[in-house]
Design a binder for this molecule. Structure first.
Ligand code: NAD
Ligand code: MG
Length: 382
């Protein structure tokens, strides 16, 4: 029996995961759910999925939730540490991290500390502190199961050969909302335009990251840590249809790809049922109907974020945490119309240039680089 804690159940991945868990039947249970502040949706989820415990970080949200669910037997935890308490619970044997941003790091480390099976949708924690997360997971014997579609594809494709036989991995990128938009007009685009993703339906932050291609920059670093890759073993190709979710190339030139329609239910279910596969309700792939798949080299002038991703993965140290933190602040500023779209990557690059990189960082070094970068971007935007 898998007793699952979904961290970030009110988000895009979290809601998909609840659907998947229901469709998997009685061996899988959404035993605990967490949210940052969305108490209304969390209350609906309690009524629909009957978890034993829920956690909500926001105090006021917690008060409203308790009021709304008075009489319900669910246990409600609130406050900063409530999510870690949920993760450490002895009844939980599987954790899905679907929180957005750096905020997922403490719960990720707690899950590893308590030797929980751990599926990672969240990528920012790995980008910031991948060295520490993977080292602690190795020591505790915890397998990190990727949910991000590209990394799930690589994880699945890698089983076609030995690690020592691998030549490189090729991450596919849809190109986001502005893949064909005139470059000289990108500084005028609005949050509404940027939030209109051509192939995937996702949370706001990752949709903006997809439009700048910062998402791919983060995914390069995510891949490095998940699969123990060197920077030069990671490539990116633009693939508009999002049918090939990523590929691996072996020494003999064989390229193994994982394909499917762009539906996050597929990688979520694979991580939950691994190492088994179960029938799923996702639509089957009809290649004849699709007709053609296209590929192109990424244009670094249109997508300077990708350059930053390769820089960060190459230099490593505290630089990826700086890139990630600066991006989180800049994306918020763009969504609040305090920064132009093209200002996001510009702000991130400026902060990366200013940063004195520290190699082999401790968790403290990473957290202080993260705070430093956030402050720098806030000041720059002001
Ligand atoms: P989302 O914005 O839709 O949901 C985020 C969830 O995290 C919500 O439940 C929210 O309550 C919770 N949360 C936000 N801030 C928090 C905080 N400070 N503390 C605790 N909880 C907090 O995001 P999403 O699109 O579901 O993405 C979640 C993660 O999965 C991201 O890291 C994203 O990069 C990754 N991911 C998402 C997709 C997708 O299809 N949405 C695909 C691949 C990877
Ligand atoms: Mg992805």
């Amino acid at each position: 029996m898998k007793n699952i804690a979904i961290l970030g159940s009110t988000g895009s991945i979290g809601r998909n995961a609840l659907d998947v868990i229901r469709s998997l039947g009685t061996d899988y249970s959404a035993t605990a759910l967490t949210s940052n502040s969305n108490w209304e949706m969390l209350a609906q989820q309690v009524e629909e999925y009957h978890p034993k415990r829920v956690a909500i970080v926001d105090g006021e949200g917690g008060r409203r939730l308790k009021e709304r669910l008075s009489g319900n037997s669910v246990q409600i935890l609130t406050g900063e540490e409530s999510i870690e308490e949920i993760v450490a619970d002895a009844n939980i044997n599987f954790v899905l991290s679907a929180i957005v941003g750096a905020a997922a790091l403490p719960a990720t480390l707690t899950a590893i500390e308590h030797k929980k099976n751990l599926a990672l949708a969240n990528k920012e924690a790995l980008v910031m502190a991948g060295g520490i997360v993977t080292e602690r997971a190795r020591k505790k014997g915890v397998t990190l199961l990727p949910v991000d579609s590209e990394h799930s594809a690589i994880f699945q494709s890698l089983s076609a050969g030995r690690r020592s036989e691998l030549r490189r991995v090729i991450l596919t990128a849809s190109g986001g909302a502005f893949r064909d938009y005139p470059v000289d007009k990108l500084d005028k685009v609005t949050p509404e335009q940027a939030l209109d993703h051509p192939t995937w339906k996702m949370g706001k932050k990752i949709t903006i990251d997809s439009a700048t291609l910062m998402n791919k920059a983060l995914e390069i670093i995510e891949a490095k840590w998940l699969f123990g890759l060197k920077a030069e073993e990671i490539d990116v190709v633009i693939h508009h249809q999002s049918i090939i979710h990523s590929m691996v190339e072996f020494q003999d030139g064989s390229v193994i790809a994982q394909m499917g329609l762009p539906d996050m239910k597929l990688p979520i279910q694979y991580a939950l049922t691994y190492p088994e596969r179960r029938p799923a309700s996702v639509e089957p792939l009809d290649l004849a109907k699709l007709g053609k798949l296209t590929f192109a080299k990424p244009d670094l002038q249109r997508f300077p974020a990708l350059r930053l991703g390769f820089w960060a993965v190459n230099d490593s140290g505290t630089l990826p945490a700086v890139m990630n933190a600066a991006n989180e602040v800049a994306v918020d500023a763009f969504l609040e119309r305090r920064l132009k779209f093209t200002g996001i990557v510009r702000a991130v690059e400026e902060v990366m240039h200013k940063h004195t990189n520290k190699k082999n960082p401790s968790l403290e070094d990473i957290m202080s680089a993260d705070s430093w970068a956030r402050k720098e971007v806030r000041n720059a935007i002001r």
